[in-house]
Design a protein around this ligand. Structure first.
Ligand code: WTA
Length: 661
């Protein structure tokens, strides 16, 4: 979603942090920024001591050889020689203090069931499940795939892996059997953890059925642990003898104590797959020490997190936001984190506001796409509930338009809660650009400034820093502790995607512009990645799926701007000779994408065309397709092999969908 720079910068509105908030915030002045600027290494060393319990101290804070093509990992390391256990930090140490009786996780299922796990409960369940994993042969360094709904067993399984030093790979429950299969095989997992199903908008999400379909082509998986979520009778769930085990049966016999492995700071913690510019998802590898340090610190600074807070991040743990800011960040800080399983409009459009009222939630972290849906539904839904417990709001996942920001500030935050717009990526592990709510004057639509210890810039094609108000590429000029270390199984691709465009500098794939105050305004992706309701999708991934359909000869997918979702995929398709282009075929192709990737990738429109606009060298001009789909005047068409193709296509598109639809 490329936003127009002038429209943004001309907004010019500044909201000072509310004084009541500023007075009590953890961070109230610029000292943290100054400390980090003076000596970033010493700064991160100090932060690492403050936020994490180490079994052994580091010999050196940081080591860096900028990655270049042909060089081999590791390219940078943090807290070298230090040892820790992430699970110990998130669970054990709190279970040894007064917090043992504090709620660690407050969970609500879509049908309304509640579960509260104290730190002591969590400590017990995690140890038991770690013993279960051990009994299935899971050891340090082994990969475990987790495909669960938003239920407490999900963080329990993640933490149990962390306890043993096993590497978890969580696959979002909305992904298809095929997407799951590819992720299991790429990671080389021996164990899969799933449930018979979950709830979404009153419908059953058939996780075990998808898993069984995936497992038919996953020869490496030896054991499947199945949580009985309760969406169907256990006797209706086919269990394969010797391979499939019920979670609750294994837990009955699991012993209560399981020691924590002492892990090296640079040992892997997890793999998380994300879409890139090619068809194949990239397994980002995050490590133990640096990841935990940055996530824990940013959680406390940005959300001003306190023991009395009830904190709710609405993401699914299947995405990085859930990993960092539902599980590891809050728990490392000993906080209370809320998990909700289902949809925001079930049974009615006020479900979230009902949850906030019921649990007296004080911090809410969500995505602009959700805010835009609520705006569309109207203020009456939040107005039905007492939202006075809220004191801070956050957003993530895509650029937030100032209108949505102001609606959120006014109708949810009652004009008393700072709104932190947080920019980051799966690769970055933690938030990098964000206001600090007790310090930073807020500009609706801007993610404000890079955090202390983070060095960001906007550069031109040659890598030179752009002056204020000149848009360019967003880059990071120094590694920070949580940056992903490599792509699982493909270190060359890691160097090529992130470090080659500007050698020695991390390339984000985003465009941005700085204003005269040094605030960053994010403008959207510059590559073939689109952002659908805050979910990253690769247009190439959709294209490569579509061309596998027997009727399709060629496919080009683009992101079209959408009022609620930010962007939606639109497919332009040429069909094989002799096959009629019917509405049914269009629907079939949409469904085909859903079964191959997941519902989030469903094209909003499929448009059939005899030809796609191409350059003389045969490259599809996606830029022109975007112009057509968004009803703009066509850009430069001089490089096209046949300029009439695109003109005809534009006319046909407008005839079918109306101008600008
Ligand atoms: C976009 C999600 C503008 C951006 C944590 C980035 C944002 C991609 C923001 C990463 C924001 C995320 N403002 N754009 N506050 N936050 N993005 O990997 O394009 O799912 O590159 O990580 O989302 O998406 P991912």
């Amino acid at each position: 979603m490329m936003r127009t720079v002038d429209a943004l910068l001309s907004q010019g509105r500044v909201i000072e942090p509310p004084s009541a908030f500023r007075e009590w915030a953890w961070i109230r002045d610029e000292r943290l920024y100054e400390e980090a600027a003076r000596d970033p290494e010493a700064f991160w060393g100090r932060v690492a001591e403050e936020f994490v319990h180490w079994f052994r101290p580091w010999e050196r804070v940081f080591e860096w050889t900028p990655p270049r093509p042909g060089t081999s990992p590791p390219w940078f390391r943090w807290f070298i020689g230090a040892r820790l256990n992430v699970c110990y930090n998130c669970v054990d140490r709190h279970a040894q203090t007064w917090r043992r009786t504090k709620a660690a996780i407050i969970w609500e299922g879509e049908p309304g069931e509640e579960r509260v796990l104290t730190y002591q409960d969590l400590h017990r369940e995690v140890q038991k499940f770690a013993n279960v994993l051990k009994s299935l042969g899971v050891r340090r360094g082994d990969r475990v795939t987790i495909y669960l709904p938003m239920i407490p067993e999900l963080p329990i399984a993640m933490l149990a892996c962390a306890r043993l030093g096993a590497i978890h790979s969580v696959v979002f429950g909305g992904f298809s059997a095929e997407a799951l299969r590819d992720r299991i095989n790429d990671s080389g997992s021996r164990v899969l953890i799933t449930a018979e199903g979950g709830w979404r908008r009153g419908q059953i999400v058939p996780l075990k059925r998808n898993a069984d379909e995936a497992l038919a082509e996953c020869p490496g998986v030896e054991h499947v642990v199945v949580v009985h979520r309760g969406v169907m009778d256990a006797t209706h769930v086919p269990m394969r003898e010797g391979r499939d085990h019920w979670w609750h049966r294994l837990m009955e016999h699991a012993s209560l104590q399981c020691p924590c492995e002492e892990m090296e700071s640079e040992d892997p913690l997890y793999i998380l797959y994300t879409s890139g510019t090619t068809g194949k998802p990239k397994g980002q590898l995050h490590v133990q020490g640096g990841y935990l340090v940055s996530v824990a610190a940013t959680q406390k600074w940005i959300f001003d997190l306190r023991d009395e807070d009830i904190y709710w991040c609405t993401a699914d743990i299947g995405w990085v936001t859930g990993h960092s800011y539902i599980v590891y960040g809050p728990l490392c800080n000993g906080a209370t984190t809320v998990m909700y399983e289902g949809a925001p409009d079930y049974p009615d459009r006020d479900r979230w506001w009902a949850l906030i009222e019921k649990y007296r939630i004080s911090i809410l972290y969500t995505a602009p796409t959700a805010i835009r849906s609520f705006m569309k539904w109207g203020e009456e839904y939040p107005r039905r509930h007492d939202l006075s417990s809220l004191r801070l709001l956050g957003t993530v996942g895509e650029p937030i338009n100032p209108e949505a920001w102001l609606w959120y500030w006014e109708h949810i935050g009652g004009r008393r809660c700072p709104v932190v717009d947080t920019w980051w990526q799966t690769e970055t592990g933690c938030i990098l650009i964000s206001p600090l709510p007790g310090v930073t004057p807020l500009k609706p639509g801007s993610a404000a400034r890079p955090l202390p210890g983070i060095f960001a810039d906007v550069v031109d094609e040659e890598g030179r820093s752009c002056p204020p108000e000149v848009p360019g590429y967003l880059v990071l000029t120094r590694p920070w502790p949580a940056l992903s270390r490599t792509i699982w199984g493909d270190p060359e691709r890691y160097v090529q995607v992130y470090w080659t465009r500007f050698p020695g500098i991390y390339f984000t794939g985003d465009a941005a512009v700085k204003d005269a105050d040094g605030y960053f305004w994010l403008l959207g992706r510059v590559d073939d990645v689109i952002n659908v309701a805050g979910h990253r999708l690769s247009t190439m991934e959709l294209e490569s799926v579509l061309v596998e359909h027997p009727a399709v000869a060629e496919a080009a997918v683009i992101g079209r701007s959408d009022e609620v979702k930010g962007q939606v995929p639109v497919a332009f398709i040429t069909i094989r000779e002799g096959i009629p282009t019917t509405t049914e075929l269009g629907e079939e192709l949409k469904g085909y994408v859903v079964t191959r990737i997941g519902a989030l990738a469903r094209p909003a429109a499929v448009f059939f065309t005899a030809e796609l606009p191409k350059t003389r060298s045969g490259k599809i001009m996606r830029r022109l397709l975007r112009d057509i789909a968004e009803g703009r005047v066509l850009g430069d068409t001089t490089t096209l092999a046949d300029p009439t193709v695109v003109q005809r296509l534009k006319e046909m598109y407008e005839e079918r969908y109306g101008e600008g639809s």
